[in-house]
Design a protein around this ligand. Structure first.
Ligand code: C2E
Ligand code: MG
Ligand code: MG
Length: 392
């Protein structure tokens, strides 16, 4: 086994794909092992000890599903990316299958592999020398190393799309490691119980910022992400109202985005608190709908007023008929239940036009605007209605 802490194993029967993957990954300091058949794969898995696997679904002799089952049986916990040239529905069901056998499927790569996308995936999974410790995160909260970036959210009006709010996304500006993204520290914060303090900070800072924008004549709604496990404190709705009042922000300007991440300890209590939040006019959004973490039953039982379609669907608009059908149906479903709909992962003008035509209420994504520091939001706010005024 090499002592490189980043080890990529690529399984593909196409020589050119293997070459391409090896070149890109090595240039990003990965150690790379290649397997052109299932047998080679079984052998490399043990001897190489990959930290990331890219697996082709279509291999002569064995199909990728068998390999996924094999990995599941072996209890492999290495993040895995499924690659294939097959249509996205097949990819999605393979992804679901992999998760059902306990694998850490971190995404799918549509073939032909795109350099930028592949590089982004490798960058996201690249581990730095040091493992982050809970104590370090606790200090980060105290020492002011947490930072909020804001991603604009568009609302559809008769006059076209207009910026109507922002989603606050947490980053950790680490003194040695640079900017660290939530995928790397939210699990740590959740398992160590530090997520409560972090969420408190996000609420304080986000609401203060929106209050400050409002005072400058920029009226923006604020969405923050919140683990439903934190919704256990019966006083929370009142404390939240007080916080907003202190900054002159209306309750209706704040939306809490919630994902079903785990079984709730006390669902009745959570439901009670969520209902009181709605009664007080806060928004409640079911985040990441369509990923398998957020379910239909939740949508139907809990008092949400917005459904947020996961970025994996939004990113496929204009590329996949299936994704378009799904989004259209979800818009209908949400509207039928009296909910608004927001689509995430809007990366192209085509996707935004599709959403206008499908009757989607809100849109968010790199085409609309990337997450950015607070200071960049005012400029963005001034420029967007002109840039994106199509559809409506
Ligand atoms: P999320 O709430 O679904 O946030 C959207 C994520 O998608 C963000 O990643 C954002 O940068 C990314 N994104 C937005 N538009 C696009 C696009 O067009 N294409 C692509 N490929 N990606 C896009 P980020 O900031 O890394 O956040 C990841 C997740 O971390 C969030 O997913 C949210 O679940 C969690 N998170 C972020 N901030 C907080 C927080 O303050 N508290 C909690 N509990 N979780 C947070
Ligand atoms: Mg969110
Ligand atoms: Mg989401």
């Amino acid at each position: 086994m090499t002592d490189n802490i980043n080890r990529l194993l690529v399984v593909d029967d196409q020589e050119d794909i293997l070459d391409f993957a090896a070149q890109v990954a090595e240039s990003m300091d990965y150690a790379v092992a290649l397997a052109a058949s299932a047998d080679e794969f079984y052998a490399r898995l043990g001897e190489f000890g990959p930290t990331l696997i890219v697996l082709d679904l279509q291999m002569p002799g064995t199909d990728g599903i068998e390999l996924l089952r094999y990995l599941g049986r072996r209890g492999v916990r290495v993040p895995l990316l499924i690659s294939s040239g097959m249509d996205s529905r097949v990819l999605t069901s393979a992804e679901r299958f992999g998760r059902s056998v306990g694998l850490d499927i971190s995404g799918v790569l549509q073939k032909p592999l795109m350099l930028a996308e592949f590089e982004a995936v490798l960058a996201r999974h690249r581990r730095v020398e040091r493992v982050l410790e809970p104590l370090e995160f606790a200090r980060a909260v105290d020492r002011g190393q947490l930072v909020l970036h804001y991603q604009p959210k568009l609302g559809r009006t008769r006059a076209g799309w207009q910026t109507c709010g922002v989603e606050a996304l947490l980053r950790w500006d680490h003194p040695d490691l640079g900017m660290i993204y939530p995928d790397r520290f939210i699990p740590l914060a959740e398992s160590s119980g530090l997520i409560a303090a972090a969420t408190d900070w996000v609420l304080q800072e986000g609401v203060r910022q929106v209050g400050a924008w409002c005072a400058q004549g920029i009226d923006l709604g604020l969405a923050i992400n919140m683990s439903p496990k934190l919704v256990t404190d019966l006083d929370f709705p009142d404390r939240l109202s007080d916080l907003l009042a202190a900054h002159g922000v209306r309750n209706s300007s704040l939306t809490l985005e919630i994902t079903e991440s785990a079984a709730l300890e006390d669902p009745t209590r959570t439901m009670d608190i969520l209902t009181r939040l709605r009664v007080k006019d806060f928004g409640l959004s079911l985040d990441d709908f369509g990923t398998g973490y957020s379910s239909l039953t939740q949508l139907y039982r809990m008092p949400f007023n917005e459904l947020k379609i996961d970025k994996s669907l939004g990113m496929d608009l204009g590329k996949s008929r299936e994704a378009e059908t799904m989004v259209r149906s979800l818009v209908g479903l949400a509207h039928g239940l009296g909910l608004k709909v927001c689509a995430e992962g809007v990366e192209t003008p085509t996707a935004l036009d599709f959403l206008a035509e499908a009757g989607c209420d809100f849109a968010q994504g790199y085409h609309v605007g990337r997450p950015m520091p607070a200071s960049a939001i005012a400029d963005h706010f001034a420029s967007v209605p002109k840039r994106l005024a199509s559809g409506g």
